[in-house]
Design a protein around this ligand. Structure first.
Ligand SMILES: [Zn+2]
Ligand SMILES: [Zn+2]
Length: 191
C-alpha cells in the first residue's frame, strides 16, 4: 500500500510539474494580477514572473528562498489533502513521493542548463526541455514526457535547434561550435 501511495505521489508531482509550466508559467495569469491579494494567485503570479525570467535567461533560476517558500506552501497542502482522503499512513507515503520528486525536479531542471548529460535519460531530458525553451507551447514536462504525450503537447525536434543565447555552455566548445558528441542532437543558430 505504501508503495502504491509513493508512486501515486510521484505521478501527482509530475502532473503538477506539467500543469504549473503549461497553465501558470505560460498561462493567462497576467490578467489576474488584480487578484494578487488572493494567496494562490499571488503564488501563481510569482511563479509566472520567475519562469518567464528563466526563459529570458536560461541561467536565471528563482532564488532558493522563493523556491522553498513555494514548496512550503504546496507540499503540506497536498500531503494533508492526501491524508484526509486515504488516511495518515498512505497520505505520508503520497506526500513523500510528491515532495521527493518535486525536489528532484528542482535539481534536475537546474542541471539541464548547467551540466552535460550523464546517461540516456538525462540526455533525453535535455533535448525535451531545451526544445521547450525554443517552443514554449510544447514539452511542459521536465522529468517525464508522460503528460505531454497524454495531452498532445509533446514535440520531438531532431535536431533541437537552439539560438546561441539558449545554448548551454556544456553544449559547445570554445569556438561556439556544437561538441561532436552532441552534433547529432543539436544545432546552434544565430552565431
Ligand atoms: Zn529551463
Ligand atoms: Zn517555460
Amino acid at each position: 500500500m505504501i508503495v502504491v501511495a509513493l508512486v501515486a505521489g510521484i505521478l501527482a508531482w509530475s502532473l503538477t510539474e506539467y500543469g504549473l509550466h503549461r497553465f501558470v508559467g505560460h498561462g493567462p495569469l497576467r490578467k489576474r494580477r488584480r487578484l494578487w491579494f488572493l494567496a494562490p494567485t499571488a503564488l501563481f503570479v510569482l511563479f509566472q514572473e520567475e519562469h518567464l525570467a528563466h526563459h529570458r535567461d536560461p541561467l536565471y533560476f528563482a532564488p532558493t528562498w522563493k523556491k522553498a517558500l513555494a514548496a512550503a506552501a504546496l507540499v503540506p497542502v497536498i500531503g494533508s489533502l492526501a491524508a484526509l482522503v486515504v488516511g495518515p499512513g498512505a497520505g505520508l507515503g503520497f506526500g513523500t513521493g510528491y515532495a521527493l520528486t518535486y525536489l528532484a525536479y528542482e535539481v534536475l531542471h537546474r542541471r539541464i542548463h548547467t551540466h552535460p548529460p550523464a546517461n540516456a535519460y538525462f540526455a533525453w531530458m535535455r533535448r525535451h526541455h531545451l526544445h521547450h525553451h525554443v517552443r514554449a507551447a510544447t514539452n511542459h514536462g521536465v522529468t517525464s514526457p508522460l503528460w505531454d504525450v497524454a495531452f498532445a503537447t509533446r514535440e520531438v525536434a531532431e535536431p533541437v535547434s537552439l539560438h546561441v543565447k539558449l545554448a548551454p555552455k556544456w553544449l559547445t566548445d570554445e569556438s561556439g561550435a556544437v561538441r561532436p558528441e552532441f552534433a547529432r542532437d543539436y544545432r546552434v543558430v544565430g552565431r
